[in-house]
Ligand binder design. Structure first.
Ligand code: SF4
Ligand code: SF4
Length: 216
């Protein structure tokens, strides 16, 4: 049996699933990189203003400063994206040998990608230092295994995404009013983000779900 559970700390909810890390045989985690068991950590993390605000509020400003200085970070006006590894040569060979693998809504590029924060035993960041999509993403396999019981988790995910969208926009407006952004004046922007008044999302009570892989 596997378990999906919920935790909330420092305004950040996280879904914890102990099937993650044992999923190298499923489509969503297919890896043609040298890191076989990287699950769905093909994502290149993008820190939104709310993610940055949460991290500043837990007094981890140094982490944001380190992100700003990473060679592989793309600093946008209102977000920071950390570019991971992509094996382009292997990808192009794969496409040549499997021309039918590219479909309208699916590009196998992600089979060849690994997040820069992934290590052999998983993500090396504390969950509170990850962007929120990392903490609330579950693949179709896990969702299918949890069946009806997943609906409370799904609602929580939607609610947190709505909360983030709303306050990302509010913080962005505040920065625009001050004519400041992460590219033009990162230190001033961080100060404004830190001082922004953001009400907490609030912890929910979500009952853990036990599931068996065979239910999918
Ligand atoms: S969400 Fe699914 S694909 Fe991603 S790590 Fe967990 S089990 Fe693997
Ligand atoms: S930040 Fe961590 S959880 Fe998110 S994609 Fe990278 S390794 Fe995975």
């Amino acid at each position: 049996m596997y378990k999906l559970s919920y935790e909330y700390k420092d305004n950040i909810p996280v879904f914890k699933c102990n099937f993650c890390g044992h999923c190298s045989k499923i489509l969503e985690s297919t890896s043609h990189t040298t890191t076989e068991n990287r699950g769905c950590c093909w994502y290149f993390p993008k820190y939104t203003l709310v993610d940055i605000k949460n991290i500043l509020d837990m007094e981890k400003k140094n982490f944001i400063l380190a992100l700003l200085n990473m060679k592989n970070a793309v600093i946008n006006k209102y977000s920071i994206e950390v570019i991971g590894n992509f094996d382009e040569e292997k990808y192009l060979n794969f496409i040549k040998e499997n021309p039918d693998s590219i479909e309208d809504n699916f590009d196998p590029k992600l089979f060849f990608r690994v997040c820069a924060f992934f290590r052999p035993n998983g993500c090396h960041l504390d969950f509170r230092l990850r962007p929120h999509p990392c903490n609330l993403y579950l693949c179709r396999t896990v969702i299918g295994c949890c069946e009806e019981e997943y609906k409370n988790f799904s609602r929580e995910r939607k609610d947190y995404f709505s909360y983030c969208n709303y306050f990302n926009e509010s913080i962005r407006q505040t920065l625009m009013d001050a004519k400041v952004n992460l590219q033009s004046a990162p230190f001033k922007a961080l100060e404004i983000i830190e001082n922004f008044e953001m009400p907490p999302f609030g912890e929910k009570e979500l009952k853990s779900i036990s599931f068996n892989e065979k239910r999918s």
